[in-house]
Design a protein around this ligand. Structure first.
Ligand code: PEP
Ligand code: MG
Length: 598
């Protein structure tokens, strides 16, 4: 446990700059809030004699709260993952019952007259160090348990809440964390969290995607940032260049003030295009739709000028919940979205749980969750969960234009099995006399290389494809989309990825199917002309990115884009293609390439 007085980087004066990967544009200025640090700061205080009694009571109350917290987590983990994983909390509970340890803490309060936090800190540290010094592996693990429980107890005592709990935030801040899970990020209140910086993460992690949706700047992959800044120090976060600047000078603040003004003016220009169509200079019409994670996003969808929803990541309805939403709750959510979209289509994607999308506070029990039990695999193994969702989606189709999309399809067998459960769901609704759209379109996400390679076969059993370039890039190049160490290898312009996309589009066109792209590539202005040239019909992007994409579409020609796509498909490296894309966008809309859009 760190004492406030021993925090290292904290005492460094003057401006300090830390660089990472920019994943969500924007500039924010606020005090740093270190999140998820499991090591709380402890300040020792000498107690007056009469304070020791109440301090003991405070300790006992905190012990009771900690015990209840642990029991609740234990039950949750046992229900969701399994009894064996829940056993670890048994060990933590035992520490709380340890008479010798508790006696020592009480004595520190009554005899040395220190506050409860400092007493717990000192005794736990001593205890854990003694255990860690023994050569026995079992006891070393017990040392970690003891430390863990000590940290939890101190957090309860000082009211800091769970690590990763954003509900305790009372002032606007820049969050700094080792990592933020998508379920934690989904709880962000943008009035309190003006931006965030993490040590790990990639551009297409769902955490980064959520930051773009929230419209807050975010920088990931900032090496050792949690050890380099301290709670409460002023920081400026530049989500365009990927910098966190601690204690910025007056000069830096002035420069950023100017940049922010230019950005505001440019955004005003973009907003004026809201009701204009996405049509190229030579008259080619594209559909620009929005990606959403919740019905609450529909306001942003309408103000972005999107023509419907190209991807509703419905799994976010299942995160941050004690149990899965039932058919009625899901139906209400899907119906709200379908009605809010009016005459535009809404594509509801079936559950894509797994990978990095896990309920709050859970890490995957699988060694390799992106190659594991995820998305359609979970749904086909749990037909009742899947059919509940399918029925809710079908019922929502009676209230608007709804399409349905299966994620992570790798084989024809999976598509046929999903379609057959869909057919069963339709029959169940017909039997109950519940209305739905009999002509509802069914689509397949192309995000696994095998799906792209058999797109011709898949096209016979669906009405459209949506290319999930985030996963398609990751799986094709064997690059983890969350891992900042290999972020440099994550290249959607890799010739291998582009050829798989071309195969998909060609197979779809042969059978008169439409193709969209709903991965982050579609919202990157640099890559938009390339996608247009490859022949996609729809781009589905986060609402915050949509105005810039439309601005660009209205400045390019389909004929030039086709030439660009031709060169990209013949290119030997991703860098060659990226250079062509950059040259093209620089000529068509240079203002999009300048940081802050000036
Ligand atoms: C994708 O993989 O490109 C996609 C849109 O799905 P998700 O980001 O939710 O995995
Ligand atoms: Mg995906």
């Amino acid at each position: 446990m760190a004492h406030a007085s021993t925090t290292s980087a904290a005492s460094l004066p003057g401006e300090r700059r830390f660089t990472g990967l920019p994943v969500s544009g924007g500039i924010a200025m606020a005090p740093v809030r270190l999140l998820g640090s499991t090591v709380p700061e402890v300040t020792a205080r000498v107690l007056a004699m009469e304070e020791t009694g109440p301090e003991l009571e405070r300790l006992h109350a905190a012990l009771a709260v900690t015990r209840r917290q642990l029991e609740a987590i234990q039950t949750q983990v046992a229900g969701r993952i399994g009894a064996r994983d829940a056993e670890i909390f048994e060990a933590h509970l035992l520490v709380l019952e340890d008479v010798v340890l508790l006696d020592e803490i009480r004595r520190a309060i009554t005899e040395q007259r220190v506050n409860a936090e400092a007493a717990v800190d000192a005794v736990i540290n001593r205890y854990a160090s003694a255990l860690a010094a023994v050569g026995d592996e079992y006891l070393r693990e017990r040392a970690a348990d003891v430390r863990d429980i000590g940290h939890r107890l101190v957090r309860v005592l000082d009211g800091a809440g769970e690590p990763g709990d954003l509900s305790t935030l009372r002032e606007p801040c820049i969050l700094v964390a080792h990592d933020l899970s998508p379920s934690t990020t989904a709880q962000i209140d943008r009035r309190m969290v003006l931006g965030f910086a993490t040590e790990v993460g990639g551009k297409t992690s769902h955490t980064a995607i959520l930051a773009r949706k929230l419209g807050i700047p975010a920088v990931v992959g900032v090496h050792a940032i949690t050890r380099s800044v301290r709670n409460g120090e002023q920081a400026l976060l530049d989500g365009f260049s990927g910098q966190l600047i601690a204690q910025p000078t007056e000069h830096t603040l002035f420069q950023y003030g100017q940049l922010r003004q230019r950005r505001v003016a440019f955004e005003e220009r973009l907003r004026s295009l809201r009701d204009q169509p996405a049509v190229t200079l030579d008259g080619h019409r594209l559909l620009l739709a929005a990606n959403i994670e919740s019905p609450a996003d529909m306001d942003a969808v309408s103000s972005s000028g999107a023509e419907g929803v190209g991807l509703f990541r419905t799994e976010f309805l299942f995160l941050n919940q004690p149990k899965f939403p039932d058919e009625e709750a899901q139906y209400r959510a899907y119906r709200t979205v379908a009605e809010a979209a009016g005459s535009h289509e809404v594509i509801l994607r079936t559950l894509d749980l797994g990978g990095d999308k896990l309920p709050v506070g859970q890490s995957s029990p699988e060694p390799n969750p992106f190659l594991g039990w995820r998305a359609i695999r979970i749904c086909l193994d749990q037909p009742e969960v899947f059919k509940t969702q399918l029925r809710a989606m079908l019922r929502a189709s009676a209230h608007g234009r709804v399409g349905l999309l299966y994620p992570m399809i790798a084989s024809l067998e999976e598509l046929l099995a999903a379609n057959s459960l869909l057919e069963e769901s339709r029959s169940e609704l017909r039997r109950k006399g519940q209305p739905f759209d009999e002509t509802l379109e069914v689509g397949v996400m192309i995000e696994i290389p095998s799906a792209a390679l058999i797109a011709d076969t898949l096209a016979e059993h669906c009405q459209f494809f949506s290319i999930g370039s985030n996963d398609l890039t990751g799986y094709t190049l064997a690059v983890d989309r969350l891992n900042e160490r290999v972020a440099g290898l994550y290249a959607p312009t890799h010739p291998g990825v582009l050829r798989l996309m071309q195969m998909t589009i060609a197979a779809a066109l042969r059978r008169n199917r439409w193709v969209g792209v709903c991965g982050e590539m579609a919202g990157d202005p640099l890559l938009v002309p390339l996608l247009v040239g490859l022949g996609v019909h729809e781009l589905s992007v986060t609402p915050a990115s949509l105005p810039a994409v439309k601005y660009l579409v209205r400045r390019i020609r389909l004929s030039d884009s086709c030439e660009l796509a031709k060169s990209a498909l013949a290119a030997r490296t991703s860098a060659e293609t990226l250079k062509c894309c950059e040259d093209y966008v620089r000529a068509a809309a240079p203002e999009l390439l300048v940081r802050g859009g000036e």
